[in-house]
Design a protein. Structure first.
Length: 169
């Protein structure tokens, strides 16, 4: 009786899956580095706001809600619940990314995974997400961060891909 060897789980990841994982790691690094700079170098919590341009400021906001301050979660249980939910979503997206056949899928999933995990790190460390990019001068009503940008752009790419896929079908 011959033994069947199972392929390594790492070999089962498509090239676009690796693209997703690499991009997710890059988003996490850039997100956390920017937050370190804002908190430790600029010391934005003490300053509150730094005027950069007529349309852009650095404004310190501790976001206890989901994205863009929606569904504020002041209680500790909600904090951990949001962190756990984001981790579950990230794990599901990691599994999806393993089989990503299109570059756009890999890019989209990488941005979402990296953004979700970047904000989970904040929730665990600080109890809230560090937001500081303020474009209210352009009429954008929310203060956000690099991780939020990754999630938003990633979701937009998933939607774009679904439209493109429907047109091809």
């Amino acid at each position: 009786m011959s033994e069947q060897t199972q392929p390594s789980p790492l070999k089962q990841v498509t090239p676009n899956g690796w693209l997703a994982y690499g991009l997710a790691a890059a988003v996490i690094v850039v997100d956390q580095a920017s937050k370190f700079w804002i908190l430790q170098v600029v010391d934005l919590p003490a300053r509150g706001q730094v005027l950069v341009a007529p349309f852009f400021n650095l404004s310190m906001v501790w976001n206890r809600g989901v994205s863009f301050g929606l569904l504020r979660a002041e209680a500790d249980l909600a904090r951990w619940g949001l962190a756990a939910f984001a981790l579950v979503v990230a794990v599901a997206l990691v599994v999806w990314a393993r089989r990503a056949e299109r570059v756009l899928t890999g890019l989209a999933l990488g941005l979402i995974i990296g953004g979700a995990l970047g904000n989970v790190i904040d929730r665990i460390r600080f109890g809230a997400v560090t937001d500081f990019l303020d474009f209210t001068g352009l009429g954008f009503p929310w203060v956000f961060n690099v991780a939020d940008s990754g999630v938003s752009v990633g979701v937009a790419l998933v939607l774009l891909e679904s439209v493109i896929g429907q047109r091809k079908a």
